[in-house]
Write a protein that binds this ligand. Structure first.
Ligand code: PMP
Length: 394
């Protein structure tokens, strides 16, 4: 434990009035270790950053090797960086043929910004439709399509021409019109507390976008890279989006993001003015090497095959009268309680017992479970035993 007085990172209190003040010196697999050596089971994994576990040896080795080779080349397109090109190829191999062009950035918010700018330039339209309770990031554009009124209050004016609809409601798709550049939506709403849409909804959405010439931007920042049991969340719905964004789990712990589309759409960035979208660090070679190792590890270790089964084990074990409901798509899970007042002491008690969880930005009565995908059956049993103990003792 570190004291408030020793802490020089005020922003840690940005999402909570209750920072844990837990100092972590080392992490490995599903565990994080405090300064005094206590092992803590990480049931959040950076909201799906450490899909392959903390410090996976494949990722660590790739980072080391690339750091020794080169770390940064400042280029505006003149030079091809091998790690970027290799990663682009590996990602495109996971996607339908119409998603064949990648623009690398550094964070989820930046990927959303890029996707929105691409949609504006390609369609010549300026309006967006997005969902209530969505979270797409903290930059101005991403916040504009975000669905929390509370977060936005102090930052207005944000982007004009944005309309929010209820996620999953087919009737409300009528608000997508021939003026809409893009509909921006998560394939599973994460910060809304894991709200899963139906195949029917996503297919109706695809159709409405086709009818109105609107691009469909799917935010795969939480769902991508295997979190839901398929490599991409949209694979559950049998649709092909126009643009996807990814980040978080992509880098295996290193910062990297991307927006992905077709060559013909991405070509608008080549037209004048050419400098419509650039990034100094986007697609950093060390992050690209980490990401490539992450994809290879997901594939070699067959991690996708086990996600549904592991999620089911959590659901089977987490039975308690105080638990109202469990919502999930793969290992993206929300365990709902009556209220934040009931949930908060459970989270605190779990922490004391050595299990890290939290709640959601736009849903504070539900506990987040998004462990590394490498978590074993035995580790799930340990974690659930401690969580049930926390629910009893809180
Ligand atoms: N989209 C979604 C669905 C997210 O969950 C997040 C981060 N929680 C973001 C975008 C923003 O990503 P970043 O924090 O890397 O900017």
């Amino acid at each position: 434990m570190i004291s408030q007085r020793q802490l020089f990172l005020n922003h840690l209190a940005q999402t909570t009035d209750f920072p844990l003040m837990l100092e972590i010196t080392r992490a490995s697999g599903i565990y994080m270790y405090t300064t005094d050596g206590q092992a803590i089971i990480d049931l959040i994994s950076g909201i799906g950053v450490s899909n392959v576990g903390h410090c996976h040896p494949n990722v660590v080795n790739a980072v080391k090797k690339q750091a020794e080779t080169y770390m940064h080349l400042m280029v505006y397109g003149e030079v091809v960086q091998t790690p970027q090109n290799q990663l682009a190829q590996a990602i495109i191999n996971t996607l339908p043929s119409s998603l064949d062009n990648i623009f690398f950035m550094n964070s989820g918010s930046e990927a959303i910004e890029g996707a929105m700018k691409l949609a504006k330039r390609y369609t010549g339209r300026a309006e967006f439709v997005a969902c209530h309770n969505a979270y797409h990031g903290s930059s101005h554009g991403a916040m504009s399509v975000g669905g929390s009124e509370e977060f936005k209050t102090k930052y207005r004016p944000l982007l004009p021409g944005i309309r929010h609809v209820q996620f999953g409601n087919i009737d409300e798709l009528r608000h997508i019109t021939t003026h809409t550049a893009a509909f921006v939506v998560e394939t599973v709403q994460g910060e809304a507390g894991i709200r899963v849409g139906t195949k029917e909804y996503f297919q109706a959405l695809r159709q409405r976008c086709n009818e109105t010439g609107t691009l469909l931007i799917l935010d795969e920042i939480q769902t991508g890279f295997g979190r839901t049991g398929k490599f991409w969340g949209f694979e559950h719905y049998d649709i092909v989006p126009d643009i996807i964004t990814c980040a978080k789990g992509m880098g295996g712990g290193m910062p990297i993001s991307a927006f992905i589309s077709s060559k013909d759409k991405m070509a608008v960035f080549k037209n004048n003015p050419i400098l419509g979208h650039i990034s100094t660090f986007g697609g950093h070679p060390v992050s690209c090497a980490a990401s490539l190792a992450t994809i290879q590890t997901i594939q070699e270790e067959g991690l996708l095959d086990e996600v549904a089964q592991k999620a089911q084990l959590f659901k089977t074990l987490l039975v308690h009268p105080k638990i109202k409901q469990i919502r999930n798509k793969g290992l993206l899970m929300a365990v709902e309680f009556e209220s934040f007042e009931i949930l908060k002491p459970i989270i605190d008690k779990a922490m004391e017992l050595g299990v890290l969880t939290d709640w959601f930005l736009n849903c504070d009565n539900s506990l987040r479970i998004a462990p590394p995908l490498i978590i074993t059956e035995e580790q799930i049993r340990d974690a659930c035993k401690l969580l049930l103990q926390a629910i009893e003792e809180a």
